[in-house]
Structures are given as C-alpha cells and as structure tokens.
Ligand binder design. Structure first.
Ligand code: 5GP
Ligand code: ZN
Length: 120
C-alpha cells in the first residue's frame, strides 16, 4: 500500500483511526458499510491508496478499479442484495461538487436490498 492523505476521512478509516463496519478487505481494497445508508444494503468500496476522485484516475489505477467493479456484485450478493435480474444493486461514483461528491477519496457506493429505499 502507498500514499495516504492525513486529512482524509477514508484514509483514516483504512488506517483504523476511525472505526467502520467492514464488509471486505484485501491488500488494495476496503469495503465498509455507509454510516447513513440509503437502502437496506449500502456499502462503500474504496482503494486503500488515496485517489481523490474518478477524475484523478489514470491508467495506473485501471487494475484496482477493475477489481473493485468485479467485486461489487459478489459483495452485494453476500450482503443482502437479491440475485440478478429480480434483485441486483446500484453502483454510484459521485465525482466532484456537481457530481455530489462529499468525501474526496474515490469510492463506489453499492446500494441494494428490497425496496422501498430511503433514497435513490
Ligand atoms: P459521497 O457523497 O462523497 O459520494 O459519499 C460519501 C459517503 O460517505 C456518504 O454516503 C456518507 O454517508 C458516507 N460517510 C461519511 N462519513 C462516514 C464515516 O465516518 N463512516 C462511514 N462508514 N461512512 C461515512
Ligand atoms: Zn484518502
């Protein structure tokens, strides 16, 4: 693992300085439940390395991003999403102010479970 930003909330979660309810972890990726879930299942998938947003992603991040996307349906199925196609889930990457991004450490929202949802 490499760069972290000492002022970044999600870097602090990666380092265990702020507690989180973990969904998945490997050398490069962490998934944890969102503190304000929109739906019965709502977790965030992040690279452990600090990358501010999707707008900062370059070819060097393609591997970890691909792995994060490929993990999303597996972790969704293990955490309360019904199987595709009746079930499924939503993946959202808010990017920048106009994109509704509040935490500037790249993250995928993975949202699902039986409707109704609180949001989305
Ligand atoms: P954004 O709006 O940047 O796409 O999403 C940030 C998400 O992080 C929000 O859904 C918010 O609820 C979640 N969040 C903010 N602070 C914390 C925290 O301290 N712990 C956890 N688990 N989630 C957080
Ligand atoms: Zn960070």
């Amino acid at each position: 693992m490499s760069q972290t930003d000492p002022n970044c909330l999600f870097c602090k979660i990666v380092e265990g300085k702020i507690p989180s309810r973990k969904v998945y972890e490997d050398d490069d990726i962490l998934a944890f439940h969102d503190i304000q879930p929109w739906a019965p299942m709502h977790f965030l998938l992040i690279p452990k390395q600090h990358v501010a947003s999707l707008a900062q992603v370059g070819p060097e991040h393609a591997g970890v991003l691909g792995r994060m996307l490929a993990l999303a349906p597996r972790l969704a199925a293990e955490n309360g999403a019904r199987p595709y196609p009746e079930g499924g889930h939503r993946v959202i990457i808010n990017t920048g102010d106009d994109g509704g991004q509040e935490v500037h450490h790249l993250h995928l929202h993975v949202i699902g479970g039986p409707r109704p949802w609180r949001k989305g």
